[in-house]
Design a protein around this ligand. Sequence first.
Ligand SMILES: [Zn+2]
Length: 432
Amino acid sequence: MYWQPDEERMDRKDLEQLQLERLESTLNRVYLNVPFYRKKFDAIGFNPDDLRSLDDLRKLPFTVKDDLRANYPYGLFAVPLREVVRVHASSGTTGMSTVVGYTKNDIKTWSDLVARILTAAGVTADDVIQISFNYGLFTGAFGLHYGAERVGASVIPMSAGNTKRQIKIMQDFKTTALVGTPSYAMLIADTMMEMGINRNSLSLKWGLFGAEPWSDAMRKELQEKLKITATDNYGLSEIMGPGVAGECLARNGLHIAEDHFLVEVVDPRTLQPVAPGEVGELVITTLTKEAFPMIRYRTRDLTRIIEEPCSCGRTMRRMVRVMGRTDDMLIIRGVNVFPQQIESVLFEIEGTEPHYQIVIDRKGALDDALVLVEASEKIFFDEMKKQTELIETIKKRMASELGISVEVKLVEKKSLERFEGKAKRVIDNRKL
Ligand SMILES: [Zn+2]
């Protein structure tokens, strides 16, 4: 099932031609309307009319999050404010938030691109879709909301929080699709089990999760606990919000809406393109955005592109699920590791619960990582020997599979913080 079959299955040659035309018009638009870009282009003597091929894009400088902050709030808008019909802002976890805007056309495109990922993930007009992202400045809830209405599904704008009520609504309103962060879906699933609610009393079929990196092990667990087919989707407010890429039911990579976004993968240190299929930082240029075009935006997200065609018939290339953010990468005694890799290992070990926290400290010249893991009740009521064995198993698996040596502490079920939005799994005391 496709939302826009002609676009989603476009011939690659035609797609490249379309990308080139759209890139040219985007570069012209920012050159004329955004002083920030004009200055940058002039500094390297680049005129948008000189663009001959998609590769010419590489001559242009990157745009980074700090550029957005420096132009707070409206400095990078390419249209007058009177043409902007919506404003969103990204969570300002590290300093000032960044502001993005949309014209009427941008909202229409956004809705269609979200409709694409919803359709690819199985959602139709017959579905009842519960949006459990926080409604507000964050793009997640409104993005999915408009896309779901576009598909014709019945939308329940639930927002995050009030977990018991979420479950009651899910039962009473016969919700068939749940949208939210994977960590919040896990909290809903666990709360349901505690309340003694049989998952068969729900009508859930689909789970569309995004806004934070998660592992395949977590997917498996969510699918079992909620009896759903769970898909991953990807987006970021600086580029548009959700709808940039999403999994089809083959669930082997996320199809990128390449007719609207041009992607590059670069080595985050050298900023040179990686070899095809290699892992690197995703860089995105918008091709159709009117209010807030972005040229070569460094997402900080690490992924790789799958060049092979997908069994679903879409010709849009896929990216593997985001492996982590360049700034989330932990270096534990010289070994690079991402929180999701630690999560994957934990999920495979019996006796642990899918809740964990990683605390990094520096003692002298060395980094110490302590992994706090919730253990199942059974382990806690068992003899001490069982706990010691479990700790040893976790340490051994971390060493053999990730090459890191960590300390492990088992904590009681429900003792770690739960998250309704994006989960905060790492406490890095080295930066404080
Ligand atoms: Zn596919």
